[in-house]
Ligand binder design. Structure first.
Ligand SMILES: *Cc1c(COP(=O)(O)O)cnc(C)c1O
Length: 383
């Protein structure tokens, strides 16, 4: 990584560490094009712009996702149409199908906490309606369904490589696509001048190469060097996580009132987090806040209740965007209560990190012991 300081810290075209990482991402995912970006948010923004999303379009996005899945749409003048989730916390294809209108330009899916969504069903749905399917793979680098990696099911996919994500650059992101037109337009959106001049053929788009669309989303070469190193370890890292996730699931399986994810054998998650759904009925109605606090007091400091990743209808930006986006006044009027399944899941989710090394097992055991202890003694948390 330090070599990168000598090799170059500004890269204006597809060369050096940028080309090496994009080549390796293309090979890893089996896609024709990868474009690095300064963040996952920027990657999503470029992907949406490149897929022709603009003013007046509706784009169906999960109600339960990190908000950056949807916020770039606001900058394009498009309307995010939120869809509720299924019992797993991923977006529900049936709820999506109810929200399709003649204005629907795309369906977006996030694979929450690294567990793949019902992606094959979503692909069929998108094909039936001839609507483009787009993926936000930011929790799920390397996760797969029947051996096909998430991020390769739709017209394009965007990923974050922010700090804790399964593949990290510190800060960074990328877009994947097999579609040349989308590729060229991603370049025009955020990678102007030299790279566009080198790579965009023909005059129709090529004549805009110098300015592109005027935004600059290039990754920092140091960040690319970090991710290049990480990518070479990703599959080992995911295999380690899978082993520990299976161990935790086996240990927690018999605990009443804490439901863990169930995945089919053909589904391989990336285990960005391991969620437990808290059922207060099984704990004499002890509130989840108190149960969580008791676990933290037992030393489970990394067990958390997701906060900023929450149903989007609970966020002011999606209830009343007018002061920040005047053109959207009256168009986004979501309110608490609109997405019962997403809100219920959000309120009752406790999330464990999934460690990935053998040496982590003693700590995993301490977490499991603490969970068992608090579960057995929950009656003391009442009142
Ligand atoms: C992290 C994340 C993003 C945003 O990525 P940044 O690199 O932080 O801009 C978008 N979507 C999801 C689902 C994320 O988890």
């Amino acid at each position: 990584m330090l070599n990168q300081l000598d090799e170059g810290i500004s890269i204006y075209d597809r060369s050096g560490v940028v080309a090496r990482l994009e080549d390796n991402l293309q090979t890893y995912f089996g896609v024709r094009h990868a474009v690095l970006n300064s963040s996952g948010t920027a990657a999503l923004y470029s992907m949406y712009a490149a897929c022709g999303i603009g003013p007046g379009d509706e784009v169906i996005v999960p109600a339960y996702t990190f908000f950056a899945t949807a916020t770039p749409l606001l900058h394009l003048g498009a309307t995010p149409v939120l869809a509720d989730c299924d019992a797993s916390g991923n977006v529900d294809p049936q709820d999506i199908s109810r929200r399709i209108t003649p204005r629907t330009k795309a369906i977006v899916v996030t694979h929450m906490w690294g567990v793949p969504a019902q992606i094959e069903g979503l692909k069929r749905l998108a094909d039936i309606y001839a609507i483009q399917l787009l993926e936000d793979g930011s929790h799920a680098h390397g996760a797969s369904v029947r051996g096909k990696r998430v991020g390769t099911f739709g017209r394009a996919a965007a990923f974050s490589m922010n700090g804790p994500k399964p593949l990290s650059a510190g800060e960074g992101g990328f877009v994947l696509t097999d579609d040349d037109e989308v590729y060229h337009r991603v370049l025009l959106h955020g990678q102007y001048n030299k790279r566009c001049r080198n790579e965009i053929p023909g005059v129709e788009l090529g004549r805009y190469a110098v300015t592109g669309m005027g935004l600059k989303h290039r990754i920092h070469p140091m960040a690319a060097a970090i991710a290049l190193d990480q990518l070479s370890h990703l599959d080992d890292y995911l295999a380690g996580r899978q082993r520990i996730a299976e161990y935790i699931l086996g240990e927690l399986d018999d605990l009443p009132g804490l439901a863990v994810p169930r995945t089919e054998p053909e589904v391989l998650p990336s285990w960005y987090g391991l969620t437990m759904r808290y059922d207060a009925d099984a704990f004499d109605e002890v509130p989840v806040e108190r149960f969580h606090a008791a676990l933290q007091a037992e030393g489970c400091s990394e067990l958390d209740r997701p906060g900023s990743t929450c149903p989007l209808n609970l966020l002011p930006l999606f209830q009343d965007p007018g002061p920040l986006f005047p053109a959207l006044t009256g168009k986004l009027t979501y309110a608490p209560g609109d997405y019962p399944q997403a809100e219920e899941i959000h309120l009752t989710t406790l999330k464990l990190p999934v460690w990935n090394r053998e040496e982590d097992l003693p700590m995993v055991d301490r977490y499991i012991e603490a969970i068992r202890k608090v579960t057995e003694h929950h009656a003391e948390l009442k009142g």
